[in-house]
Design a protein around this ligand. Sequence first.
Ligand SMILES: Nc1ncnc2c1ncn2[C@@H]1O[C@H](COP(=O)(O)OP(=O)(O)OP(=O)(O)O)[C@@H](O)[C@H]1O
Ligand SMILES: [Mg+2]
Length: 552
Amino acid sequence: MDIGDWLRNLGLPQYEAAFREHAIEIDVLSELSEGDLKALGLPLGHRKRLLKAISVLGAIEQKPSEAESELRRMIDHIPVLVAAYRADGSRLYVNQRVRESTDRTVVADSELAPIAMHPDDVALADGTWRACVASGEPFELEIRLRMANGAYRWHLNRRVPLRDENGKIIRWYGVGYDIEDRKRVEEKLRRSEAFLAKAQRLSLTGSFSFYSATGEFSWSDELYRIFEFEPGLRVSLELIRTRYHPEDRHVMDGVPERIRRGTTDFDYEHRLVMPDRSIKHIRVVAQGTTGKSGEGLEYFGAVQDITQRRVAEAALDKARSELAHANRVATTGQLTASIAHEVNQPIAAAVTNAQSALRWLLALPPNLEEVEHSLTRIVRDVTRAGDVVGRIRDLIKKAPPQKDSVDMNEAVREVIELTRSAAAKTGISIKLELADGLPPIRGDRVQLQQVALNLIVNAVQAMEAVADGVRDLVVATAPAEPIGVIVTVKDSGPGLDKDAIERVFDPFYSTKPDGLGIGLSICQSIVEAHGGRLSVAANQPRGAIFQFNVPS
Ligand SMILES: Nc1ncnc2c1ncn2[C@@H]1O[C@H](COP(=O)(O)OP(=O)(O)OP(=O)(O)O)[C@@H](O)[C@H]1O
Ligand SMILES: [Mg+2]
């Protein structure tokens, strides 16, 4: 008998909906307690009536056999949700586990299988179930059920039909397993896989495993991307070989043999040729451990696409060699400028001496003695020019200076000799203040003289620029601490402002219309090559003081 008919017979049809909703059928009535009926919202009088009718029903119904009771107990207590459905898909029965563990306090969500389901799953579950009922195909679906504590848990639901002898479906039986824990693990796994894939994508690193006993490979998606193979393609050593750069085959050809011999560590780089002929550089690192079955080795490895790094390195190398070349060109320019600057003085002197030689020769009578003196000086000047060129080359090549024993006073005196006539022409008096008992300097005499000469020429040129006032040039030597010599060149020219003081030693800094701006930078290089220091300060009341020291 149907529960609806039974209630109608009792004159209580108003409870049919509540009974149906809680899946209470005739065959479970005997298990209902007074409390259950109260929970269904029946008033006391109706409860009494029902309980009486149930006891009568129990009396008429055959007492279930021991085997039947056992079966019922079993169905109620197995740790799965069990349900039976009518041929039309409406639910007929649920086991005790369903009644106890799912949320029965609220109105069911699903029309056909009244049970609390996640709202997002209802449509799919009902749709699928209807389709199965119509076609007779077994039903299988993962859905979230609301449990007694209000939380949702994933369940795998399966329902299969029972047919009569004519093949007509008379019942459906279904079970639901709690798969929440499995779902969580799956989600965690999915996430960590996604992380890994992202990391591989970002670092351009693919990973693989290889089992030597079977030759089986397992590749990550990124590795397929690096090799530009169709994802999922069965990978073998032969297939990988098709990508090798012909010149790098030798790197790889020994690998199978090394695997056979049981090598556990691999770390190598080689190139790949892609189908579009482009080249990739990869680095492969792999480590082998004894295989699961104790046979062969199981390798785990990573392959990184280092093409960008290699390309950048190549570009850097190119830039470096270009820079070196530019440097050489710049050095040549500096060399040319320095030579032009330094040979000016001796050549000018040679010209002057040549002119006077000519004069003495053309005099009547010719003064051959003076001619000889002039020619000797020409030889000296030209020799000096040659020396200067050699020293400048050394300086720019950064070769260590020659180590002569230099008497600084004598060296300075010689330089003054060279410039005295030029200075006198411009009304400049050169005052020498040479200290006695100076230690000899170990250094390059020609180079140190160039320093003094350049400082004196600059001072003379600076004072030429001032229209009036005294034109004093003091060249002094003094002992330096702890042991060495200081040379000072003081003038009464316009001096230098703050900005100029900072820049005077820079190559090509010049305020003169025909200046190269190379004189002071040569001086600085020479002094520093001798282990000394060149500095500039203001003179009082005006002018500049240039000073350098050279240790002994
Ligand atoms: N005694 C000085 N008084 C004032 N300014 C000076 C003095 N010596 C150098 N300078 C400044 O320093 C600049 C650089 O001097 P530097 O000898 O290097 O080059 P330059 O004399 O201009 O040219 P060149 O390369 O032909 O010697 C000069 O142009 C000048 O402005
Ligand atoms: Mg100069």
